[in-house]
Design a protein around this ligand. Structure first.
Ligand code: NAP
Length: 290
């Protein structure tokens, strides 16, 4: 029988990577990483742990105790996890958000690959982002990570957030080292959305919350509307943009690219992106079937 039918062959030597979040049962990360490990011929397995916030410290300590080689951290633990790591890189520290941990002989090192994933997905779709006006709606971990990456480019970035103070605090912190022009505003600043070349949704609106994060009337001549959500693959925001003839991008490429960057950090090798994309799109197609 083919390996693919048997699934991963787990032995006493199998190395373990994991996801920690709550909830995790809908995550595509196990499918993507396990397919990638298999394609590289590695005796590694990736599992998902549903971790309550009050158990996070114990769960992270267990990485050392159990010799778990690396982890991804997802909602709602990305900020809290920073408190329990030995080292944190600049990106995770400035964005106050960690989504990848590497266990190096018991030293837990924290990184964030969400911004890389989102930026890479944008560049794949639009090419050069220099000179563009980009409105990012949502100053949570994912929104801050993308703005951090955009801050290295010669573009204009508007960070809009329901809680204005959160966007203000982050923009002011990043401003000193930013090449991009950074501005912040509340969600009612419809003019910065209308004027933007690219609109990005970095809120859960359209996934766990109904509706669109901005008034669809703001969708005019944008080059692209990018929704970080991948489940559903077409959110109400993307449907509205499509109806107006605007190019759209969902969260699948970001998901794959952030996963690939995590594997580069863990393993120091180039992962098989084609396999990772194939598995992610297949899983999305299967979910879309009622
Ligand atoms: P987060 O840290 O919890 O931040 C959530 C953001 O959404 C905050 O800015 C919050 O504003 C805003 N928000 C929440 N409810 C809102 C509402 N009812 N009205 C207006 N704004 C609201 O979450 P995250 O980790 O940044 O994730 C954000 C989105 O990106 C999620 O949909 C997640 O699935 C997606 N994501 C995708 C990928 C991928 O690989 N494709 C990776 C990471 C995240 P306040 O500050 O006012 O609370």
């Amino acid at each position: 029988m083919e390996d693919i039918e048997l699934g991963p062959r787990i032995t006493a030597k199998t190395k373990v990577y994991c996801l920690m979040g709550k909830p995790v049962e809908h995550s595509l990360s196990p499918a993507i990483h396990n397919a990638s490990f298999r394609a590289m011929g590695l005796d590694y397995v990736y599992v998902a742990f549903d971790v309550e916030p009050h158990d996070l410290a114990d769960a992270l300590r267990s990485l050392r105790a159990l010799g778990i080689m690396g982890a991804n951290i997802t909602h709602p633990h990305k900020t809290e996890a920073l408190c329990f790591l030995d080292e944190v890189d600049r990106e995770a520290s400035i964005t106050r958000s960690v989504n990848t941990i590497k266990n190096e002989d018991g030293v837990l090192k924290g990184y964030n690959t969400d911004g890389y994933g989102a930026l890479r997905a944008l560049i794949d779709t639009l090419g050069d982002l220099n000179g563009l006006r980009i409105a990012v709606v949502g100053a949570g971990g994912a929104g801050r990570s993308l703005v951090y990456r955009l801050s290295t480019l010669d573009c204009e970035v508007y960070l809009l957030n329901r809680t204005l103070e959160r966007a203000k605090e982050f923009v002011e912190r990043l401003q000193r080292t930013s090449r991009a022009k950074l501005r912040y505003a509340g969600l009612d600043d419809t003019s910065s959305i209308s004027k933007a070349d690219v609109l990005v949704n970095a809120t859960p609106i359209g996934m766990t919350l109904p509706g669109t994060p901005v008034d669809p009337k703001c969708l005019k001549d944008q080059l692209l509307v990018f929704d970080m959500i991948y489940d559903p693959p077409k959110t109400p925001l993307l449907a509205e943009a499509e109806r107006r003839g605007i190019k759209t991008l969902n969260g699948v490429p970001m998901l794959v690219y952030q996963a690939a960057e995590a594997e580069r950090l863990w393993l120091g090798v180039e992962p098989p992106l084609n396999v990772m994309f194939e598995v992610a799109y297949k899983a999305c197609r299967e979910r879309a079937v009622p």
